[in-house]
Design a protein around this ligand. Structure first.
Ligand code: PLP
Length: 440
C-alpha cells in the first residue's frame, strides 16, 4: 500500500478548496483519508484526464452525494416502498425519473441500478430465460465485459454470440454477417454498445435485423449517453430501439451509477421487477438524488454545447495525431474516443505508452485493438477521449497542445530530462483550467 505520510500537515493544505467543501470534519476525524483526498485533488488539478469514461461532476452533484439521503432505506419505488418516511426520497426519485425520460425521449426510466454492470445484469434477467442468446459486439472490436466476456459469471447462464467490424480501416460493422448470425443463432437480444469503438452504429439496420428474428433491441450507451442527451449523437430510441442501459458517470457527467430506459412503459415494468427485488436491495438514495441533479443540468442548453464540443475536440485531436503519422483505429472518430495502435505507430506497446504518458501527467489507458495478437494486460493500443478535458473548458487549440505534448514525449522517451521538463509544462498548462468541485 502506498505510504501516505508526507501528505496531511502538508503541502496540500494550501489547495484552494471551495468554501462549500472545506472537509474540516474529515480532517479532524480521519487525517489519513483526508490526506489521500488532498492528494487525489492535487492529482486531478495538475494532471490531464484523457480516460474516455471519466469526467468531473459539478459542485451541485458533488454536494448532494455527501448528504443525509445516505441514511435512508427505500426498497421499492416511489409510492410503493417497504419502509416508511419516504416523502423526500419519493420526491427525488420521481424527479430523477421524470428528467431521465424527458432527456432521452422515452416512457420509462429505472434510476436505481448501482452501476453499469448491474444495470446490464438486471436487463438480461428481465428479458431472457437461462440459455437464451444475446448478440453483442466482439470484445476486441469494442464491446464491453458485460456483453459476454467469458470471465463474467453471466456467461454461465446466457449464451453470447458476436458481431465485428467488416473493415477496421473505416470501422464499418459487418451488418450482412450480423444478419446471417442472427438468422442462425436466433438471439433474444441484439445489443448495440461499446466501450472502445470510435464510430456511430447504424441502429436502424440493427433494428431491422432484430425485427426479422423477433429479438429485443438494446443499446448500452454508457460511453456516449452525454452526447445522445446533448443531441450530438443519434438516439437509438429514434430508430425504434426497445431499451437503453447506461452508466450515469461518464459523458453524462453525473454520479457513479447506472440506469435503464425503456421506450415503452410495458417493458419498464419487467425491468423494475428485475432491478428490485430481482437483483438489488435498497437504492443508494444520495446517488439517485445526484442523478436527478445531473439530469437537470443535462437538460440545460449549455449541456448541448458541451456535448458538441466533446466531439469537436476529439475530431481535432485525432487529426493532429493522424497528421503526425500515428495509426488511429478506424482512421479517426465520430464520437468522444480515439484509439492508437502504438506498435504500428511508435514501435511501443500500449502498456509502455500508458506509462510514458503517466510520467508527463497525462492519464489514459492501454487497450486491446481489433483482433489484437497481444494479451489484455499488455495490448497493442491505447484508448483516450475528451469528455473530461472538455468539462474543464478546453477547446480545439488545447487539443493540439495536448497531442503535441504526447508526441514530444514519444519522440524523447529515452531522455529523462526532456520528459521531466514536459511534465512541468503539462502541470502549468493544466492549472489554467479550473476543476469543478475543487476550484468552484
Ligand atoms: C459500455 C459499458 N457498459 C457497462 C459498463 C460498466 O459500468 P460500471 O463500471 O459502472 O459497472 C461500462 C464501463 O466501462 C461500459 O463502458
Amino acid at each position: 500500500m502506498r505510504k501516505l505520510t508526507g501528505y496531511g500537515v502538508s503541502p496540500y493544505d494550501s489547495l484552494p478548496t471551495s468554501p462549500m467543501f472545506t472537509y474540516d470534519a474529515l480532517k479532524k476525524e480521519d487525517p489519513k483519508i483526508y490526506d489521500a483526498l488532498m492528494g487525489e485533488m492535487k492529482r486531478q488539478k495538475e494532471g490531464v484526464e484523457l480516460i474516455p469514461s471519466e469526467n468531473y461532476i459539478s459542485p451541485a452533484v458533488l454536494e448532494v452525494m455527501g448528504t443525509v439521503f445516505n441514511n435512508k432505506y427505500s426498497e421499492g419505488y416511489p409510492g410503493k416502498r417497504y419502509y416508511g418516511g419516504q416523502e423526500y426520497t419519493d420526491c427525488v426519485e420521481s424527479i430523477a425519473i421524470e428528467r431521465a425520460t424527458k432527456l432521452f425521449r422515452c416512457e420509462h426510466a429505472n434510476v436505481q441500478p448501482h452501476a453499469g454492470a448491474p444495470a446490464n445484469v438486471a436487463l438480461y434477467f428481465a428479458l431472457l430465460e437461462p440459455g437464451d442468446t444475446v448478440m453483442g459486439m466482439d470484445l476486441s472490436h469494442g464491446g464491453h465485459l458485460t456483453h459476454g466476456h467469458p470471465v463474467t459469471y453471466i456467461t454461465k447462464i446466457f449464451n453470447f454470440v458476436r458481431y465485428k467490424m467488416k473493415d477496421v480501416e473505416t470501422g464499418e460493422i459487418d451488418y450482412d454477417e450480423m444478419r446471417e448470425v442472427a438468422l442462425r443463432e436466433k438471439p433474444k437480444i441484439i445489443l448495440a454498445g461499446f466501450s472502445a469503438y470510435p464510430r456511430e452504429l447504424d441502429y436502424a439496420k440493427m433494428k431491422a435485423i432484430a425485427d426479422e428474428v423477433g429479438a429485443y433491441t438494446v443499446a448500452d450507451m454508457a460511453h456516449i449517453a452525454g452526447m445522445i442527451a446533448g443531441g450530438a449523437l443519434r438516439n437509438p430510441f429514434d430508430d425504434g430501439f426497445d431499451v437503453i442501459t447506461t452508466t450515469t458517470h461518464k459523458s453524462l457527467r453525473g454520479p457513479r451509477g447506472g440506469m435503464i430506459l425503456c421506450r415503452e412503459l410495458e417493458l419498464g415494468r419487467k425491468i423494475d421487477k428485475s432491478v428490485f427485488p430481482g437483483f438489488q436491495g435498497g437504492p443508494i438514495m444520495q446517488m439517485v438524488a445526484a442523478k436527478a441533479v445531473a439530469f437537470g443540468e443535462a437538460l440545460k442548453p449549455e449541456f448541448r454545447d458541451y456535448a458538441h464540443q466533446i466531439i469537436a475536440n476529439a475530431k481535432h485531436m485525432a487529426d493532429v495525431f493522424m497528421q503526425s503519422g500515428a495509426k488511429l483505429i478506424t482512421n479517426g472518430t465520430d464520437n468522444h474516443l480515439m484509439m492508437i495502435d502504438c506498435v504500428k505507430s511508435w514501435d511501443m506497446t500500449g502498456q509502455e505508452a500508458e506509462t510514458l504518458f503517466d510520467r508527463i501527467g497525462i492519464t489514459l489507458n492501454k487497450n486491446m485493438i481489433a483482433d489484437d495478437p497481444r494479451k489484455p494486460m499488455d495490448p497493442s493500443g491505447i484508448r483516450f477521449g475528451t469528455p473530461a478535458v472538455t468539462t474543464r473548458g478546453m477547446k480545439e487549440h488545447d487539443m493540439k497542445t495536448l497531442a503535441n505534448f504526447m508526441l514530444k514525449a514519444v519522440e524523447n522517451r529515452g531522455d529523462d530530462k526532456v520528459i521531466s521538463a514536459l511534465h512541468d509544462e503539462v502541470i502549468e498548462f493544466c492549472l489554467r483550467f479550473p476543476v469543478p468541485g475543487i476550484d468552484s
